[in-house]
Design a protein around this ligand. Structure first.
Ligand code: ZN
Length: 121
């Protein structure tokens, strides 16, 4: 149930954003998900749909962009993209522990509709 807890914190962030901007309905949520965040997009979408019912984020479209894993070598400071979970510097062939990106999930933007002010008061 990894995705459920992610969906819950995602919903909190999205609702907080929508309140801040006075949105009554969230339309599009853009996410960046690191390859190492081990998030299954389909289950995340499924969980989000389930828990966002009766909130402003109900029915929102979620766009997920995958972020590659980038590591930095502690010896030569080289930044390189990690493929197939091989955490070894291509230059020095030493194991690399420091990750620059690829582990996190972040909300890039939240788009929605603001409350109509039709001047009826
Ligand atoms: Zn190196």
């Amino acid at each position: 149930m990894h995705e459920l807890s992610i969906a819950q914190s995602l919903l909190e962030i999205v609702l907080e954003e929508s309140r801040k901007h006075g949105m009554t309905k969230v339309r599009v949520i853009r996410l960046q998900v690191g390859e190492l965040a081990a998030v299954v997009p389909d289950s995340l979408l499924f969980c989000f749909e389930m828990i966002s019912e009766n909130t402003a984020a109900c029915g929102a479209i979620i766009e997920i962009e995958t972020v590659p894993v980038v590591a930095r070598c502690s010896q030569c400071q080289l930044l390189f993209q990690v493929e197939n979970h091989v955490f070894v510097c291509p230059e020095c062939q030493v194991p690399v522990m420091e990750l620059v990106s690829g582990r996190d999930l972040s909300v890039m933007s939240v788009e929605g509709e603001r409350e109509e002010s039709d001047g009826a008061h």
